[in-house]
Structure formats: C-alpha cells, structure tokens
Design a protein around this ligand. Structure first.
Ligand SMILES: *Cc1c(COP(=O)(O)O)cnc(C)c1O
Length: 369
C-alpha cells in the first residue's frame, strides 16, 4: 500500500511539540484570537517576507475576505481560472462578484497571462491567479496588466506554502496572498484555518476588522464584517508545523526529482518546474492520454492516485448559469481529461516512490506504448 498521504505518521514525528502546544492553549483558557494567533501571524508573515498576516477561518474565507477588503461592488468581475479547486470560485461569488475565466498555460497549469487583456471590462476589479499544485503563476505579466488597468491582484496560494517566484515567496508578490491550512496542505492544521498576507497596512487593518464583525472596539462595529477567525489551538499547532515546513517541502522536491528521473522514459508527461520560480510540489501531477486506466491500475495495486480536478469549474452542474459550455476553455478541458496526481507526501519513502514508478512502467508496457 502506498497511501496518498499519511497524516498520522506525520503527527507521530512531531507529537511532543504538538502536544505541548495544545496543552499550553488548553491550560490558558483562551481559545479565539489570542497570543498564539498573534505569534503565528508574526512568524508566518516573517516566513513569507511581508509585514502583515491575518489569521482567518479557512482558505475559502481568506479569499472571500481579501476580495471584500478590495471594496468590490455587486456585479464587479474578478478574473481567475477554471482549472482550480471550486473554493476559488465560491469565494468570488461569496464576495458578491462574478467570476470570469481565462484559460491556463499547458506547461505550468496556471493562468495564461496572454488571455487577460481580452477579458477586462469596465467592471473588472481584480485578477486572482491560482498557484496550482504548488507552482506559482507567471506573476510578472499578470502584474503588468493589473497595474495598467488599476486592478488588484489576489494570489490563491492555498497550495503554495513556501513556493517561490523570482526569489520571492508565493503570496508576497501581488497585493494580497491567501493561504489555506486544510489538513492535507503543505502546512496543514488539525481542522480548518486560513491566512491572508499583505504589505499594505490599510488592507491589513481592514482585514482584521472584517474577520470579526468590523470590531475595532468590542461589540461596536465600525464596518460590516463577518466571523472568520483562526483559533488558538490551530495556531499553536501551526506554529510547530511552520518550523518543519522547509524540511517537508525539501522532501517533496526530492520525491519529485526522483519521479522525474525514474519516469524519464515513460510515455506520460511529468510536471515541469518553470525557470522563474521554485515549485513546492503540494501535488505531483502527471498527464496521460490513458489517465483513467492508469488510475484504476494504480489503485488496484494499492497506490493512492487522485485527480485534481476531474471537472473544470465552468463545466460543473452548479456553474452552468455562467454560460460557458464545453470548448470555452480548451487547455483547461484537456488537462482535466489527462491529469493524475501521484503520492508525493514528505512521509513517503524513496522506495515507495520507486514502487509507484515500477507500476507505471509495467502499465505502459502492458499497453504496448
Ligand atoms: C484548499 C484550497 C482552497 C480552499 O481552502 P479551504 O481551507 O479548504 O477553504 C482554495 N483554493 C485552492 C487552490 C485550494 O487548493
């Protein structure tokens, strides 16, 4: 059995540190927005290389609040991609805006900046690139278009903790960077959690109000806000895990390098790390013309191989009223048919990665390819 990930094994490796953090919080009697959250915000901001970080309830809410902080009016448009977790699009609609999709680059699987100009209208307010799989989108041309049209750039960095673009950490390149601490992310809580980072003190101030009813002073709302808070237990756990993030990301990169070497002769396409940045391999995604058969074969042989994502958002039942049918985003649609995610969690061993590769070679030779 080669599992997709093994969070129990990861916990065993940091049990003492985590248990001490949890006990500290339980003994303190303070559970929401306290010292642990303040310390974690400071430590995470320093890690990303920005002055401000605001802890919130989830990655979806990080995106939602980031959009609210940009003062969107109902009917405003936000340009993003359809090849993403549905959360990206759900957050845009939660903020009252309309998602507008551009296609992706087939090599990086991220936003194709050359499509942006065509989609900008008088009500476009923001561009929301997604650093999918742990690879940062090509931010430089995206920022150029945004500056020209006075649009905000919000990075969906929910899969990119520690990834880099031209030497800068994902999340620190645009106006706002949004992270998720869903348990399986490269930096994961033991529950839900999220964070928004920024270098803009005004946006940081607005975000800290928005996450708690607009309170500057308790029980008195200075702006309309919601309740989206990171809790003390998750912050204490995440503080421990942040200290291991670079070491875990290095293991993911090592596994990815091993896959790339062992699958050099394979027919399927291995992922490409763009020269402008550093991939953090939240997911190691290959592309295969016989994806479904390969996934079944791997699963039958005990390998946890998943598809991220099988149906692009614009083709999902819930989003039919956006009016984009099959053929609207050809690269996105082709990727959805071909992508397959192989296990790359840091807890896996090189032998396990080798085992997955042996099975792929066996599958391809049985197909006569
Ligand atoms: C996980 C994820 C989110 C949402 O984060 P949650 O914490 O689950 O709400 C948003 N965008 C992307 C790309 C994600 O992978």
């Amino acid at each position: 059995m080669i599992p997709f990930s093994d969070l129990k094994l990861q916990y065993q490796s940091i049990k003492e540190e985590v248990d001490a953090g949890v006990e500290r919080v339980l003994r303190s009697g303070w559970f929401i927005l306290g010292q642990e959250v303040r310390d974690f915000e400071e430590e995470f901001a320093a890690y990303i290389g920005v002055p401000y970080a605001v802890g919130v309830g989830s990655g979806t809410e990080a995106l939602h609040l980031a959009l609210l902080a940009c003062d969107l009016a109902p009917g405003d448009e936000v340009i993003t991609v359809s090849h993403t977790a549905v959360a990206t699009v759900a957050a845009i609609e939660l903020a009252g805006a309309k998602p507008v999709f551009v296609d992706i680059d087939p090599i990086s699987y991220t936003m194709d900046p050359s499509e942006l100009e065509d989609k900008i209208t008088s009500v476009t307010k923001a561009i929301l690139p997604v650093h999918l799989y742990g690879q940062v989108a090509d931010m430089s041309p995206i920022l150029t278009v945004a500056r020209e049209h006075e649009l905000k750039v919000i990075e969906d960095a929910a899969q990119a903790h520690g990834a880099e673009y031209q030497g800068r950490k994902a999340g620190s390149v645009g106006d706002l960077g949004c992270f998720s601490f869903y348990p399986t992310k490269n930096l994961g809580a033991y529950g839900d959690g999220g964070m928004i980072v920024t270098s803009d003190s005004g946006l940081a101030e607005r975000l800290s109000l928005l996450r708690q009813y607009g309170w500057r002073e308790r029980y008195v709302s200075s702006i309309r806000g919601i309740n989206s808070r990171l809790d003390e237990l998750q912050a204490a756990i995440l503080r421990v895990k942040l200290r291991h993030l670079d070491e875990w990301n290095a293991k993911r990169r090592n596994h990815a390098g091993l896959y790339n070497r062992l699958l050099r002769e394979a027919v399927l396409t291995t992922p490409m790390e763009m020269t402008y940045g550093k991939h953090c391999y939240h997911l190691y995604v290959v592309a295969s013309k016989c994806r479904d058969d390969l996934q079944t074969f791997l699963r039958d042989n005990g390998v946890g191989a998943l598809v991220h994502y099988p149906v692009p958002v614009h083709l999902q039942g819930a989003y039919q009223d956006l009016g984009l049918g099959t053929g609207a985003l050809p690269v996105t649609e082709q990727c959805a048919r071909q992508v397959l995610t192989l296990p790359v969690a840091p807890e896996l061993t090189e032998e396990q990665i080798g085992g997955v590769c042996d099975l792929i070679v066996e599958f391809e030779s049985s197909k006569g390819t």
